[in-house]
Design a protein around this ligand. Structure first.
Ligand code: F3S
Length: 74
């Protein structure tokens, strides 16, 4: 599972870093930085909570991109 933060939307509310410090840090300007863009096992719920809790909807949590998408057809 992958996390991204849209820096153009982040306003530095810091809820993500408070609730999921294993996944988010804040830069010098107070904006969110993803610590591990691939969510470690057991932190899925924390990632979804951060996504839902961001007032600016700056966080997106989605499935891991397939390395070989399109090669499964035969
Ligand atoms: Fe930014 Fe949202 Fe976190 S505004 S600091 S991504 S809670």
């Amino acid at each position: 599972m992958r996390i991204t933060v849209d820096q153009s939307r982040c306003q530095g509310h810091a809820l993500c870093a408070m609730h999921a410090p294993e996944l988010f840090d804040l830069d010098d300007g107070g904006h969110a930085v993803v610590v591990a863009d691939l969510v470690p096992g057991g932190l899925d719920e924390a990632a979804y909570m951060a996504e839902a809790g961001c007032p600016e909807e700056a966080i997106t949590v989605g499935p891991r991109r397939r390395a070989h998408a399109g090669q499964a057809r035969s």
